[in-house]
Design a protein around this ligand. Structure first.
Ligand SMILES: Cc1cc2nc3c(=O)[nH]c(=O)nc-3n(C[C@H](O)[C@H](O)[C@H](O)COP(=O)(O)OP(=O)(O)OC[C@H]3O[C@@H](n4cnc5c(N)ncnc54)[C@H](O)[C@@H]3O)c2cc1C
Ligand code: FES
Length: 266
């Protein structure tokens, strides 16, 4: 884990309310794994007294780390206005990251909205490690105006299927319906599923994949104060043996096997 102050190299809009920010750090780039995250805050008066915020590593290109973020509250709106050359404090890479399932013939990436953020790096890694296998990305959005990162998948020749809540783009319905369709036409092929998005989506993905005995990893989101396992604020219930235990999303996750996570009302 490294703690660095880095200058922003670029920061620009990549869709309605979405931004792509990049900074250079050779050491972090060397150690970063897909699915890991960074704790980030700006060296700025507006962030005075504020905690760092967690963001997934979206991609690594040479020594450049890219983050894709959505403006939701004060810190992310402030970050959206940060210009090239401004300093950001970054701690990372943190957490465990995704495990590439090397025996799978088809890797299905399932994202809800900004949950697609870690998938460019994961897709790149899968294509490198398993060149014979196929990668499919499924993205669920509220409406067409909320699409993001589609260009990345086009450029990598990765099939991207979209669903939207209002039917303005792709399948009118839930991204988990697209997942069921994909898993139902596998024939003899082995699939592996990787998911990132809101809890209800992850819960539905887990139900589908556990029911079909398909390996599935889910990247969980929790409010994080420290990001390193010290404050115990990001605990989630995870199955262990015949019972359950608390695991820290920041330190033990954020990626867990779907079959192990105990979602609300389980
Ligand atoms: C492991 C992990 C990876 C993430 N990766 C990304 C990413 O790649 N891109 C992205 O846009 N967002 C990501 N998030 C969510 C991002 O951290 C929050 O959107 C951000 O912290 C909101 O800060 P804010 O001050 O703008 O909003 P606030 O005004 O603080 O809150 C707005 C919303 O963000 C949530 N939130 C606030 N603080 C945190 C926190 N410390 N951790 C998690 N959620 C929080 C709140 O529940 C609330 O719903 C990730 C979160 C986690 C845990
Ligand atoms: S955020 Fe502090 S223990 Fe996870």
């Amino acid at each position: 884990m490294l703690h660095r102050s880095q200058q922003i190299l670029f920061n620009h809009s990549v869709g309605e309310g979405y931004y792509l920010i990049g900074f250079s750090c050779a050491k972090m780039a060397e150690h970063a794994k897909p699915g890991q995250f960074l704790m980030l805050r700006m060296n700025d008066q507006a962030w005075e007294g504020k905690l760092s915020r967690p963001f997934s590593i979206s991609n690594v290109k040479d020594d450049i780390i890219e983050i894709v973020f959505e403006t939701v509250g004060k810190s992310t709106h402030n970050l959206a206005g940060a210009e090239k050359g401004k300093e950001v404090n970054v701690i990372g890479p943190l957490g465990n990251g995704f495990r590439v399932e090397k025996d799978a013939d088809i890797h299905v990436l399932v994202a809800g909205g900004i949950g697609i953020a870690p998938f460019p790096y994961l897709a790149t890694q899968i294509l490198q490690e398993c060149p014979e296998s196929k990668v499919i990305a499924l993205l669920g959005v509220r409406s067409m105006s909320r699409l993001l990162l589609t260009k990345f998948f086009e450029e990598c020749d990765i099939e991207l299927k979209v669903s939207s809540d209002d039917g303005s783009v792709g399948h009118h319905g839930l991204v988990t319906e697209l997942l069921s369709e994909e898993l139902n036409v596998l024939d003899e092929k082995e699939a592996a599923v990787y998911a990132c998005g809101p809890d209800p989506m992850l819960k539905a993905v887990a139900a589908i994949t556990v029911g079909m005995d398909t390996p599935c990893q889910v990247s969980m989101e929790e409010i994080m104060a420290c990001g390193v396992g010290a404050c115990l604020g990001c605990a989630r219930k995870v199955r262990e043996g015949d019972g359950w235990t608390y695991k820290m999303v920041c330190k033990d996750g954020p990626v867990f096997d779907a079959k192990d996570v105990i979602f609300d009302e389980d």
